[in-house]
Design a protein around this ligand. Structure first.
Ligand SMILES: Cc1ncc(C[n+]2csc(CCOP(=O)(O)OP(=O)(O)O)c2C)c(N)n1
Ligand code: SF4
Length: 465
């Protein structure tokens, strides 16, 4: 693809229903200059068709309108986490995260720092304008001592909020990064230095050398409440006094070999290793079923849901299993949702189940009213159900706990519930796959797997009408 036109920026930006050729940045904003430098570096190095930008939430959010390359928008603070995924999934790409100082220095600090510690193979361009620009100029971790922001109207007071966070200096404690530097775009000389540093970040990624962090001091005239020239002077005189420019680490030229990070196996590959079941096949004729399993932690509720999902997988249905439990290791309430479908599933959330399995009273009280008309509730017979089920919903009182005790395996109450699901044809899945999934759930204890298969059949054969 080397022959595509390398122009860096798009010619026009179809933003907000208009096709304009100006960016959304305020006059004198550092982002505008940095955006241009990044686009130039990407194009000059011929990397547009290899570059994936991970965009922030902040004033830099719209870079996908400007840079002609691939983009992913990350949630606020998560660009480094997203860039980790991108660079691992696409090791040949040049991955560049773009983050503000609120984004990286506050909510996203840990994921950025951990990515640097791991030496992830992406470049991080970190725009430090000393405050939260997009949301109206609140204090950021990088706000200077005494600096006025909307949340520090009398100036940042170190006694209340500490001192500014020096991101480069902190990251420079780590072993893994190959390049860490701070530059500025407050005047022409500095812009030229920033241009070289930005190129370097791209080159390091092009040559797969490792993690690079480039902090760029940038004026925000709007929130500094200054004219662009005064904002640039603030950047040079005040911000640089706190954040000195310079290179904190540069080992990129030390003959480092390209660093390959082994690609993580996809779920599909993991399943392929596990057994030979091919991925889900589309079958719109299969009616989607949504399940909710609820009870106390320790009752095997989550395993029961997992068993249905596994049976669906064996049957090549699309399926999702989504657990939810309280902080207690055992005894707290637990539930899980399972969706089994003939077509790809949009959401794992189950608000209105077709089938509800309740192992305790709170579960019945919480979920019974949500069951769809025509659906089924299977509730353990020990539960003193008070309220009637919704109209048109079948209620089955099934002695799962009692039977498990009678069989001498009290822990198998969830297997007893599986027997009910099977007996009352609630799953739309074959008996064979349900049994195989049950046995597979005990793969570390095969004898228990076979025992549970026996119990399942015995429970199903009992007459409880
Ligand atoms: C999880 C989350 N928390 C908070 C916000 C609100 N929010 C949007 S942008 C922003 C801060 C932007 O500041 P910065 O990262 O410094 O970028 P700038 O706008 O200055 O370039 C915040 C707090 C959000 N969108 N998402
Ligand atoms: S608010 Fe500040 S950071 Fe945001 S676009 Fe305007 S000048 Fe730039």
């Amino acid at each position: 693809m080397a022959n595509i036109e390398q122009r860096g920026m798009y010619e026009s930006f179809p933003r907000s229903g208009k096709n304009v050729s100006y960016t959304h940045y305020c006059p004198g904003c550092g982002h505008g200059i940095i955006n241009k430098l990044i686009a130039e570096a990407c194009a000059d190095l011929g990397l547009q068709d290899r570059t994936i930008f991970v965009d922030p939430v902040g004033c830099g959010v719209f870079t996908y309108y400007y840079w002609d390359a691939a983009h992913i928008s990350a949630a606020h603070g998560r660009a480094s986490a997203a860039a980790t995924g991108v660079s691992r999934a696409r090791p040949d790409a040049v991955t560049i995260a773009y983050q503000g100082d609120g984004d990286l220095g506050a909510i996203g600090f840990n994921n950025a720092f951990q990515a640097a510690a791991r030496g992830e193979r992406f470049g991080c361009i970190f725009v430090n304008n000393s405050l939260y620009g997009m949301t109206g100029g609140q204090m950021a971790p990088t706000t200077l001592d005494g600096e006025t922001t909307t949340t520090t109207p009398f100036g940042r007071d170190p006694a209340l909020t500490g001192h500014p966070l020096h991101v480069c200096e902190v990251f420079a404690q780590l072993k893994a990064p190959v390049y860490i530097a701070r530059v500025s775009v407050a005047d022409t000389k500095r812009i030229m230095q920033a241009k070289q540093a930005i190129r370097k970040v791209f080159e390091i990624q092009r040559d797969r050398k490792g993690y690079a962090l480039l902090e760029i001091l940038a004026p925000c005239p709007t929130n500094f409440k200054m004219t662009p020239d005064k904002a640039a002077a603030f950047c040079i005189n005040e911000m640089e006094a706190e954040f000195p420019l310079g290179v904190f680490r540069d080992s990129a030229g030390e003959g480092l070999a390209p660093r390959e990070i082994p690609r993580a196996a996809s779920c599909r590959e993991l399943f392929a290793e596990k057994d030979a079941v091919p991925p889900a096949a589309d079958d719109p004729s299969f009616e989607e079923r949504r399940f909710k399993f609820a009870g106390y932690g320790g009752q095997g509720i989550l395993s029961l849901g997992l068993c249905i999902a596994e049976a669906a997988r064996l049957e090549r249905r699309h399926t999702l299993w989504f657990p939810s439990y309280g902080p207690e290791q055992r005894g707290g309430s637990a539930n899980c949702s399972v969706v089994v479908s003939g077509t790809p599933i949009g959401s794992p959330a189950v608000e209105h189940p077709d089938v509800l399995v309740c192992m305790n009273q709170p579960a019945y009280e919480r979920f019974a009213g949500d069951v769809k008309k025509g659906g089924t509730i299977i509730v353990d017979a020990t539960v003193p159900v008070v309220a009637d089920p919704p109209e048109g919903v079948r209620l089955v009182r099934w002695p799962a706990v009692k039977m498990a005790e009678e069989f001498g395996v009290p822990k198998a109450a969830n297997t007893m519930m599986l027997a009910a699901l099977k007996k009352f044809k609630c799953t739309g899945l074959s008996d064979e796959n349900l049994e195989t999934a049950l046995v597979a759930s005990f793969k570390k204890k095969p004898a228990l797997g076979e025992k549970n298969r026996e119990l399942l059949r015995a429970a199903e054969a009992r007459d409880h009408s």
